[in-house]
Design a binder for this molecule. Structure first.
Ligand SMILES: [Zn+2]
Length: 265
């Protein structure tokens, strides 16, 4: 079964042309999809899209770049976390922030999510980038939560050993994975081969919105193939590994009972 642990059906650049195509494709091909949000409005969107297919599960998050706009709304965030199925996308990334005013508020906002994840035992999809991979990892370790996914980990490959030891999951994939150049292939191979087989999971992240758009059912098997080649195994084994790892990650979480039933079929 295909399980995409990180997909944006809507973000700041909402696309009303391709999104319905993606949702129809997800439903028809039974692709369990964790719809990530970017801010509160996109989370409201994800909640709506999840009504359009039983395979779509919304995650609540506010990206660090939006932290300035949310600096007075941490209570509202904490409340939404309590009712959320999962958290994502959240994180810490100063270098790529268009709104530099977000910088002093990124960590305080992230900590609201980390506290909620610890309190309610929630899965988290985390974005640590721009040289903050180590700091993000250290902050994460200071909380008592194992259900963390470091999404498209971008730090040094050597650090993955420590991530493995902590039992944190790492996700990889992209809608452009079959179009990587040699340098990009090397970059991903150096990291993907370091992740422990019990901790690697698969994601699409962002679908292309231009004429290059391809639906999840076309993109996902290409990702399986690329990762299988890198790890010198088969796409079937990568698909099975992803399913095993996701099932272990969701564990006996009562909020994710519906998802577990679908995955167990
Ligand atoms: Zn994302």
């Amino acid at each position: 079964m295909y399980i995409d642990t990180h997909l944006h059906l809507c973000n700041r650049w909402c696309d009303d042309i391709h999104r319905p195509k993606a949702i129809t494709d997800i439903d028809k091909n039974k692709i369990v999809t964790w719809a990530q949000s970017w801010d509160i409005p996109s989370y409201m969107g994800a909640l709506e899209y999840s009504k359009e297919s039983k395979y779509i599960f919304p995650a609540f998050g506010v990206l660090p770049w939006e932290a300035f706009d949310y600096k007075d709304r941490f209570d509202e965030i904490a409340k939404l976390c309590k009712d959320a199925l999962m958290l994502g996308e959240i994180g810490w990334d100063e270098r790529n922030a268009q709104d530099k005013r977000s910088i002093p508020y990124q960590v305080p906002m992230l900590e609201v999510f980390l506290e909620a994840a610890e309190k309610y035992n929630l899965i988290m999809n985390l974005h640590f980038r721009g040289g903050l991979e180590r700091d993000g990892f250290e902050l994460l370790k200071s909380y008592d939560s194992k259900k963390a996914i470091i999404h498209s980990y971008s730090g040094p490959p050597e650090m993955i050993k420590e991530i493995n030891e902590q039992g944190f999951y790492v996700s990889y994939g992209s809608s452009k994975f079959d179009k990587l150049n040699k340098a990009q292939t090397g970059y991903y191979r150096n990291r993907i081969t370091e992740v422990h087989e019990d901790l690697l999971i698969i994601e699409i992240d962002v679908l292309q919105r231009d004429e290059e758009f391809r639906p999840p059912s076309v993109v996902f098997p290409k990702i399986l193939k690329i990762i299988a080649d890198m790890r010198k195994t088969t796409p079937e084994e990568i698909e099975a590994m992803n399913q095993r790892n996701v099932l272990r990650l969701i564990g006996d979480d009562p909020k994710l009972e519906v998802m577990r039933k679908i995955l167990d079929q």
